[in-house]
Write a protein that binds this ligand. Structure first.
Ligand SMILES: [Fe+2]
Ligand SMILES: [Fe+2]
Length: 159
């Protein structure tokens, strides 16, 4: 199916952001493991998996629209020296991602591409859940202190 004007370009921008998220969360999962926070390691691994599924959904959809998926570019990967640095960088990253999705959804509505809009809306639901998780972690740290928060995340388990 032929894409409406500008849709593939938007999808490739979103794909760049999703691929960046995959790399960023793989790095953050590994850092959590390295620092001994098994529970956070598990959660970042789960987030990386969700970003892989967003990326592959976008690649499939660009091909369906007879476009060329751009898998060769990434944005800058946010690192950090403390757990709090990572959580803050990831929250900012997810907020930027929501903005990009919002622009994509608006563009698809204006262009009359409701299938792509639907795909982006689904990704928006996951992205808002990611934001919520990062906000909750940072709020908990504010309330109980970093040491207590980290002590709770040494053991693996549901997070
Ligand atoms: Fe995503
Ligand atoms: Fe995300």
């Amino acid at each position: 199916m032929r894409a409406k004007a500008g849709v593939v370009e938007f999808l490739n921008q979103v794909l760049k952001s999703e691929l960046t998220a995959v790399h960023q969360y793989l790095l953050h999962a590994a850092l959590c493991k390295h620092w001994g926070y098994a529970r956070l390691h598990e959660h970042f691994g789960h987030l990386a998996g969700e970003e892989v599924s967003h990326s592959s959904g976008l690649i499939d959809h660009v091909l369906y629209l007879e476009g060329t998926p751009d898998v060769e570019h990434l944005d800058q990967i946010a690192g950090g020296r403390t757990m709090e640095d990572l959580l803050k960088a990831d929250l900012e990253f997810e907020r930027d991602d929501v903005e990009l999705l919002r622009k994509g959804i608006t563009h698809c509505s204006e262009a009359g591409d409701f299938t792509t809009r639907h795909l982006l809306e689904h990704m928006m639901i996951d992205t808002e859940q990611h934001i919520d998780w990062f906000e909750t972690q940072l709020r908990t740290i504010e309330q109980v202190g970093l040491a207590m928060y980290l002590a709770e995340h040494i053991q693996a388990g549901s997070s």
